[in-house]
Design a protein around this ligand. Structure first.
Ligand code: F6P
Length: 538
């Protein structure tokens, strides 16, 4: 029996929020958000300071959103996640990634502790050069072959923490089945000094297996088969398949079905991070995430950062008609963070049915996009300021840099703060008119230009700041968004931990691949047949 009662749209809070939107929609953020008058409303947790004062809410709206969250069972659902209960109902699994970042003293899963020791040993051996390749060659390069959660998290983190990647081997990432991805990475490398790390929870992903096969062929062109175990390791929960592929059993680090792919950078999938920055740095990353877990588990909903960010998302998507949300890191090293967040958020909450299978009656996950500031300012920010879409923005702002160039860092911070201010306050047509008059333009020219130069402002944004981009702060940032995603799924009553939608494309590609490579028995639609013909005729 489907429990449509779980739909948030059936709660009195939903109706109240719609009324509040109608009541306040003509106000500006500054009029509405009395909190901004106090110079910002920052909530600090786990090394992050989150300024919510430029959001289109007031206390009445926040209270109603919090009441909605409580009606949807937020505190109990947080407890279920943290306790490792079966929150992923369609796959009958827990989503216990928080267990991976518990301090050693609180760790109850022996297998997690043992795996962390293996990660440490491997990273140490590679960094202190005691892991040797064929002919006693030093390993200078590690190539991570994986895709989705087995790529985006470690790739993003290695990029973010690149200021710490001294001493160890250089870590590369290959994800795409496009042959040029692997080829361009291998181009500058030598087999004898390269370690291939096959990362695949399922060990069943076509892209990863095809790339792993190509990489093995490349290794075997230069090293004997008997030395392959010095050059191939794997991370997988499917040890049997990894062994059948030819990976030495001693070279396989385990994963578990209670860790979702996009939540797995804390597991052995994070091995490239430990190799790149050292195990101590990796442990700091886990500790930062754990500090955010503690906040999520203990702070009341009204003061709970992941919950508040999730509730703001619900408010903008379901009541203010926002279709997308931008994440703009003012840190070049966090340039891959939006890509990472796309999988985390959209693969988790891009859902159209409730946990019981009944259709959702409201929109769910917005489109997530963005790139590093200030580059986007000279590109898509135009639409943020003057376009017709309402796009809430998260600014991610490490206040200080690992670089000594203080003046450039001050420019970076100034630009971030200026963008936040411009989005909020905009520029009225009256002040555009005044500016044009001051520059000596004629009345006719002013009348023609003023409306083009005006910016409406009133575009909600949040500043998520930290002192510096350290492993600990990065861990807290990632955990903040992981929990935000879960908290939003609780409000919408959807399963954040499955991804059935991605399966259809995989299924359909198999017969098309067969047709492209010579099997003409497959029947297909006209469009696909047309392109198969074009491909095979060449
Ligand atoms: O296709 C999506 C997906 O299933 C992701 O959820 C996952 O992170 C990725 O593929 C890779 O899967 P695996 O680690 O099993 O190769």
């Amino acid at each position: 029996m489907r429990n449509v009662k779980a739909s948030p749209t059936n709660t009195p809070h939903w109706q109240k929020l719609a009324k509040l939107h109608a009541q306040y929609q003509s106000q500006s953020i500054e009029q509405l958000n009395d909190l901004s008058a106090n110079g910002g409303q920052c909530i600090d947790a786990a090394g992050l300071s989150v300024d919510l004062s430029r959001n289109f809410v007031n206390q009445v709206i926040v209270d109603e959103l919090v009441a909605l969250a409580k009606t949807q069972g937020m505190p109990e659902k947080i407890n279920q996640l943290i306790a490792g209960e079966e929150v992923n109902n369609t796959e009958a699994r827990a989503a216990h990634h928080t267990a991976l970042r518990l301090p050693d003293s609180a760790q109850t899963r022996a297998d997690v502790g043992e795996t962390q020791q293996k990660i440490k040993a491997l990273a140490d051996n590679l960094r202190n050069k005691s892991w040797r390749g064929s002919n006693d060659t030093e390993i200078t390069d590690v190539v991570n072959i994986g895709i989705g959660g087995s790529d985006l998290g470690p790739r993003m983190a290695c990029n973010a923490l690149s200021s710490m990647t001294t001493d160890g081997p250089k870590v590369h990432f290959v994800a795409n089945i496009d042959p040029r991805d692997l080829e361009t990475v291998l181009q500058g490398l030598k087999p004898a000094s390269t370690l291939i790390l096959i990362s695949s929870k399922s060990f069943n992903t076509t892209e990863t297996l095809e790339n792993a096969l190509s990489a093995r062929r490349w290794l075997l062109e230069a090293i004997p088969q008997s030395d392959l175990s010095k050059h191939v390791i794997a991370v997988s929960s499917n040890v049997e398949k990894a062994v059948a592929f030819g990976v030495d059993a001693d070279n396989i680090l385990p994963m578990w079905d209670w860790v979702g792919g996009r939540y797995s950078l804390w597991s052995a999938i994070g091995l490239p991070i430990a190799i790149a920055i050292g195990y101590e740095g990796f442990r700091e990353l886990l500790d930062g995430a754990h500090a955010m877990d503690e906040h999520f588990a203990t702070a009341p909903v009204e003061n709970n950062l992941p919950c508040l960010l999730a509730l703001l998302e619900v408010w903008y998507v379901n009541f203010c008609n926002a279709h997308s949300s931008a994440v703009l890191p003012y840190s070049h090293e966090l340039g891959l963070f939006p890509d990472y967040l796309q999988q985390l958020t959209m693969e988790s909450n891009g859902k159209q049915v409730h946990k019981d299978g009944s259709p959702v009656l409201s929109r769910t996950c917005p489109t997530i996009w963005g790139s590093a500031g200030t580059i986007g300012q000279h590109s898509f920010h135009q639409l943020l300021h003057q376009g017709t879409e309402l796009i809430p923005v998260d600014f991610i702002l490490p206040l200080h840099s690992h670089s000594d160039e203080h003046s450039k860092q001050a420019h970076l911070v100034a630009n971030c703060l200026a963008q936040s201010k411009a989005l909020t306050e905009g520029k009225s047509e009256a002040s555009a008119t005044q500016e044009l008059a001051d520059s000596g333009l004629s009345d006719a020219a002013i009348a023609e230009l003023a409306s083009h130069k005006a910016s409406p402002g009133n575009r909600p944004n949040t500043i998520i700041a930290m002192d510096k981009l350290t492993p600990s702060n990065l861990g807290a940032l990632v955990a903040l968004y992981e929990h935000k995603v879960y908290a939003a799924s609780v409000v919408w009553d959807i399963n954040a931990f499955d991804q059935w939608g991605v399966e259809l494309g995989k299924q359909l590609s198999t017969p098309i691949f067969a047709a492209l490579t010579g099997d003409d028995s497959a029947s297909t639609d006209k469009t696909t047949a047309f392109w198969i013909k074009r491909f095979t005729q060449q």
